[in-house]
Design a protein around this ligand. Structure first.
Ligand code: XMP
Length: 315
């Protein structure tokens, strides 16, 4: 794709052909689904409605942030509170692929119910090329099952419409800038949310612990960027590890969990470099996390591994 303007025109024309009636749009607030939602809105007007699912696996403040952004973009949307359904589906699940499949199925059940209410049988989603390439298939190895590809149940009642299927992330960002999406270069956030960053069994408590730690990483990195201590990284987040480790609380020995901090530079997420973050920034992050989660998280690690050999996300 060389010309975002021409891409938008062609995508709008195709969406009008492909969607004769009403459709819902899976909108997570991320750049891919936001572009898909804006294209659908441009092509279909009020015949398209964006559905933002509050999975209970979102970052601190995300529902408010995304809602505000959709409002500013004049996108018709509904926020569906569905945390109970997601936690029930994920209760105690540790296997990353199983997590992704269960998340994918739960999303689709929510979308089916919302499509019934809206009176449509199609689902527009912002699947991009790496999603289906990495999810594998008859000839390809599965690198990871993207919830919006391999996580879709076989008995789904909706027909998928995927206007961004052939694009890569940098191309989607070019289209986003063309469409005037604010903050088109913001950090990516995986569709399965904090579930892929809670290593080991999922529970509401462990997700909440990670949410607190993650907000601190984001705040401290944003502050360091504003103070010109570091350049804006590609992604920066916390991961909750499945280990028990010893710490000291007052005069007592406690067993808590450990958090790993991941801050990487990248162009397209295909490769990445662990950022050389100044020690004072890391110390602030560590102090704040262990204070905010006193006795629960007793150790903070910094991940210095590049991609390859590691991936950006932990699981
Ligand atoms: P990895 O971990 O493979 O990630 O180096 C590459 C990029 O993809 C994002 N990512 C995901 N995005 N659903 C998504 O929508 C997912 O399941 C998923 N897993 C990884 C990751 O954050 C990074 O930007």
């Amino acid at each position: 794709m060389n010309d975002p303007g021409a891409f938008v025109e062609e995508a709008v024309r195709r969406l009008r052909d492909e969607v004769p009636g009403r459709t819902i749009v899976a909108a997570s607030g991320g750049i891919d689904s936001t572009v898909a939602a804006l294209l659908a809105h441009r092509a279909l007007g009020d015949r398209a409605k964006a559905i933002f699912v509050d999975t209970g696996l979102l970052r601190a403040g995300e529902v408010e942030l995304v809602s505000g952004f959709f409002r500013a973009s004049h996108l018709p949307f509904t926020v569906v509170p569905a945390a109970d359904a997601f936690f029930e589906a994920l209760d105690g699940v540790s296997d990353p692929e199983e997590k992704r499949r269960r998340i994918g199925t739960t999303f689709i059940r929510v979308f089916e119910s919302e499509a019934d209410k809206f009176g449509g049988d199609q689902l527009v989603q912002g699947t991009i090329a790496p999603d289906w390439i990495e999810s594998g298939g008859s000839l390809r190895d599965t690198i990871k099952t993207h919830h919006n590809v391999g996580g879709i149940p076989k008995d789904m009642r909706l027909t998928l419409v995927e206007p961004l299927r052939d694009l890569y992330k940098d191309e989607v960002r070019a289209v986003a800038r063309h469409l005037g999406v604010p903050d088109s270069d913001r950090q990516p956030f995986p569709g399965p949310g904090l579930a892929v960053r809670v290593s080991g069994p999922i529970s509401r408590e462990r997700v909440e612990r990670l949410r607190v730690a993650n907000a601190i990483v984001e705040e401290e990195v944003d502050r360091a960027v504003a103070a010109h201590e570091i350049a804006r990284p590609w992604q920066y987040f916390a991961v909750l590890l499945p280990v028990r480790t010893v710490g000291v609380l007052g005069d007592n020995r406690v067993h808590g969990e450990a958090v790993s901090v991941r801050i990487v530079e990248s162009i397209d997420a295909m490769t990445a470099t662990a950022m050389a973050v100044p020690r004072p920034v890391l110390s602030r992050i560590s102090e704040r996390i262990t204070r905010a989660l006193s006795g629960q998280v007793v150790r903070v690690l910094y991940d210095v591994t590049d991609k390859p050999p590691a991936t950006i996300e932990w699981e």
